[in-house]
Write a protein that binds this ligand. Structure first.
Ligand SMILES: [Zn+2]
Length: 113
């Protein structure tokens, strides 16, 4: 089943057009890509929905890292963040985040191990 993506997704202040089309690349390893300058994300439309969602989350991870100023991030970083992001987006409803403005804070947290 083809994924039912929105027309665009905003990352930071940039609206990325989301396009699902066949044959993103001649390489089987490349199932999607993001163009920062062109502000678009392509995901191979031949993928089953569950895999297309993971590919989209991977491209969003690239966009997040880019927006955060990590222009030299690695593919592995995008892979790891993308996998977690896909689960977060699947498992939660973020409608509550729309209720207020976002203010800049420096968050220092201790993580429990
Ligand atoms: Zn990638």
């Amino acid at each position: 089943m083809m994924a039912n993506f929105p027309k665009s997704i905003r990352i930071g202040s940039i609206d990325y057009d989301i396009e699902s089309k066949e044959g993103v690349s001649s390489s089987d390893a490349m199932l999607g890509f993001i163009s920062y300058g062109g502000a678009h994300i392509h995901v191979d439309s031949s993928l089953p929905r569950s895999k297309a969602n993971v590919v989209l989350a991977h491209e969003l991870a690239h966009g997040i890292l880019h927006e955060a100023g990590y222009d030299d991030h690695t593919e592995e970083q995008a892979n790891r963040i993308g996998k977690v992001l896909a689960m977060i987006l699947r498992d939660n409803d973020f409608g509550f985040m729309r209720d207020g403005d976002l203010i800049e804070v420096n968050v220092e947290e201790r993580s429990e191990i």
